[in-house]
Design a protein around this ligand. Structure first.
Ligand SMILES: [Zn+2]
Length: 283
């Protein structure tokens, strides 16, 4: 499942083909993905210029000159493919139509943006740009972890009465936007906090220490995503998923990477999801 850095990478990959460009034709090949598509979706996209692309949590938002914003969510298996006329660095040959090509945007510059999703947990919607923050998928989302509203004071205040494990608290999208399982595991390892420790029992100083580390881990992953985009240029690699080496995530049984630590990484299940941690370095 793509996390925030992967979504940021996808946004960067499709931006050169979309930004400033008019959608000449929009093929909507089925009535729904996870939820029904908005009414008259094709007509509401056709002839509209994409003013710019943004990301909010794990959603890609394309602002149109019609006053509407196209919301794109990749879900579990959604992919954005850029084909047709080569615009930007990311491009690969893609026969149209292919299986699971649910939405194809033909841009006036000759580029094609295809949303392909075998499992159909993805979503697309059109929302009023002016009131987008009220949209039901967006209104309850907390601040962006890389934005100014997310800082030490905010996180300490939000977590001081949380009796849930710190792992669950950081996965709570109402507290901070877009943090997923993989990066929370990495953040907790780097800050030496055990994933099962109750948030309210962790000192304010240690909670505050999470903020710069969250920014660091996400920024590193976004940078890695950018380089994977370039690496994929020669292949028919899929936009949205890249290999990234993690220190604890999916490293069960491997020796901890901390100097002098002889323990191995352990896995526990919290709220149905795996947590990976070092029992020596994380308390
Ligand atoms: Zn260790």
């Amino acid at each position: 499942m793509p996390e925030l850095p992967e979504v940021e990478t996808v946004k960067a990959g499709i931006a050169p083909a979309m930004e400033g460009q008019v959608i000449a034709q929009a093929d909507i090949n089925r009535p729904d993905l996870r939820w029904p598509f908005p009414e008259n979706m094709s007509a509401r996209l056709t002839g509209k210029r994409v003013l710019g692309l943004r990301r909010r949590s794990k959603y890609i938002l394309a602002d149109l000159d019609s006053g509407e914003t196209l919301l794109i969510h990749l879900g579990m298996s959604g992919r954005m493919l850029v084909s047709g006329v080569k615009v930007g660095e990311f491009h690969h040959p893609h026969p149209v139509p292919a299986k699971h090509d649910h939405v194809v945007l033909h841009m006036e510059n000759g580029a094609r943006i295809t949303f392909n999703d075998a499992r159909r947990f993805g979503a697309m919607d059109l929302l009023d740009t002016a009131t987008q923050e009220d949209h039901w998928l967006i209104r309850d989302i907390g601040p962006e972890p890389l934005g100014n509203a997310f800082d030490e004071t905010y996180l300490v205040e939000r977590l001081k009465r949380k009796n849930s494990p710190i792992k669950s608290a950081l996965l709570d999208q109402g507290i901070v936007a877009g943090l997923g399982n993989i990066y929370v595991c990495e953040v907790l390892f780097r800050t030496g906090i055990h994933p099962a420790r109750k948030a309210s029992q962790i000192s304010a100083k240690r909670i505050a220490s999470l903020v710069p580390v969250i920014r660091e881990v996400l920024s590193e992953a976004i940078a890695a995503g950018g380089s994977s985009l370039r690496d994929y240029r020669q292949s028919d690699g899929e936009l949205g998923y890249f290999q990234h080496v993690f220190q604890v995530y999916d490293q069960e049984g491997k020796l901890c990477v901390t100097d002098g630590c002889k323990k191995t990484i352990q896995r526990i299940v919290q709220s149905g999801r795996s947590s990976f941690f070092c029992p020596q370095c994380q308390r």
